[in-house]
Design a protein around this ligand. Structure first.
Ligand code: SAM
Ligand code: SF4
Ligand code: SF4
Length: 378
């Protein structure tokens, strides 16, 4: 029998307060942190629950029926999320990604999407609103999500082989249902769709080429993610990380690739296009991306903030503490006070975990106190 791994500390209890600064900080859209990084991307986790048990994220031994998920009263309501998001947008956020847990498990999510879709950036433009999902409920929900104002989806899919896929989600969920979800999203116009594959050496690297062949020429951008040391429960080991450079080489040997320019500053993925016979990018064949969070840090232009399901603001995926906004949201703070508190937190940000990973002493790089990805989202 495998032993149950119990995190030493429940990271959710460990909280930093969110203080209202004595002098208001105006929302100019030009906020910068201590390293001059702007605030552009807000990832909102709408639930800490999931119907999958991917071993790299919510291993069954820990996330079992006794796991203390957040009670409904602790979750921010849609109105509260939208109010907080509005302050972030006034400070420069242009893109919102809904995540989780599995975001499509949150009831009536379309209502939240419609509320967020009504927000405008500092420049008066609509936000880029997207969602990351395991795809299990997508076939049923794609059209309603589109109608509510969602622009795009990213679907996580770790292999095409049904046996491998069922083992990786660890709830025996069939791959065919996710593929139908992707088709439904395409038909609903939720594109360009991205498909994220976490590569774990020894588990699914033999799925890299079948996935590349399958999605080449479909308009879907397949992205390979290095298995990361997020959270405290997934038993991460460096020897299970397959460096992105190896993924690119493996594909390039069969399907030649050319490197493409980044599409936007702060872009997490390095882009590679399928090459034509002349070695030029064949646009119709499309492109892949690699996200090298372990082997190549991209903290220097990281412009992402994360809001947990219960209203804590995290400044880094690898943070072990969040700044609790809920007391302000539920305690009668004005919008101006909430906005200034958020600004002060971002102005104090110095996080750059991936750049420091290799040089951190083991007790500081160790995941014992780190927040789970299912809690703050990817
Ligand atoms: N449930 C949704 C899904 O799977 O798309 C959204 C939440 S999930 C936490 C967001 C993303 O994080 C997924 O693409 C997942 O593959 C990725 N992820 C989770 N744990 C990871 C890890 N240890 N290393 C790399 N990526 C991870
Ligand atoms: Fe669920 Fe997504 Fe985590 Fe898999 S990666 S367990 S689908 S939250
Ligand atoms: Fe951003 Fe933290 Fe990831 Fe660096 S380690 S890119 S700061 S989330």
């Amino acid at each position: 029998m495998s032993e149950r791994v119990i995190p030493l500390v429940d990271h959710r209890m460990s909280t930093l307060s969110a203080a209202v600064p004595s002098k208001a900080i105006p929302a100019t859209g030009l906020l910068g942190d201590t390293l001059g990084r702007p605030l552009r991307d807000l990832r909102i986790s709408v639930t800490d629950r999931c119907n999958f048990r991917c071993s790299y994220c919510m291993p069954k031994e820990v996330f079992d029926k006794d796991y203390p998920y957040l009670p409904h009263s602790a979750l921010l309501s849609f109105e509260e999320i939208t109010r907080v998001a509005r302050q972030f947008v006034a400070h420069g956020v242009q893109k919102i990604r809904l995540t989780g847990g599995e975001p499509l498990l949150r009831k009536n999510l379309e209502i939240l999407i419609a509320q967020l879709a009504a927000l405008r950036t500092v420049e008066g433009l609509p936000l880029d609103i997207t969602l990351t999902t395991n795809g299990s409920l997508l076939e049923r929900k794609a059209q309603a999500l589109k109608d509510a104002g969602l622009q795009r989806v990213t679907v996580s899919l770790d292999g095409l082989d049904d046996t491998v896929f069922r083992a990786m989600n660890d709830v025996d969920f069939p791959v065919a249902d996710v593929l139908r979800g992707i088709e439904a999203a395409q038909a609903a116009g939720l594109g360009p769709i991205k498909v994220n594959m976490v590569v774990k050496r020894g588990t699914n690297e033999h799925e890299i080429l079948p996935m590349a062949r399958h999605f080449k020429g479909t308009g879907i951008v397949l992205r390979f993610i290095e298995f990361m040391d997020v959270g405290a429960t997934n038993g991460w080991r460096m020897d299970e990380v397959m460096p992105s450079a190896e993924v690119v080489q493996m594909i390039h040997r069969e399907l030649p690739l050319v490197q493409l320019e980044p599409s936007a500053p702060g872009e997490t993925a390095e882009r590679w296009g399928y090459a034509d016979a002349n070695g030029q990018h064949d646009v119709r064949a499309g492109e892949i991306g690699v996200i090298s969070s372990v082997t190549q840090a991209f903290c220097s232009d990281c412009n992402r903030a994360r809001l947990s399901t219960e209203g804590k603001l995290y400044l880094c995926l690898f943070a072990n503490q969040g700044h609790d906004l809920k007391p302000l949201v539920r305690g009668g703070a004005s919008d101006e006070q909430l906005s200034s508190a958020i600004a002060a937190i971002w102005q104090g940000r110095s996080d750059r975990y991936s750049e420091l990973r290799a040089s951190l002493p083991p007790d500081e790089s160790g995941g014992g106190r780190r927040v789970e990805m299912s809690y703050i989202g990817g």
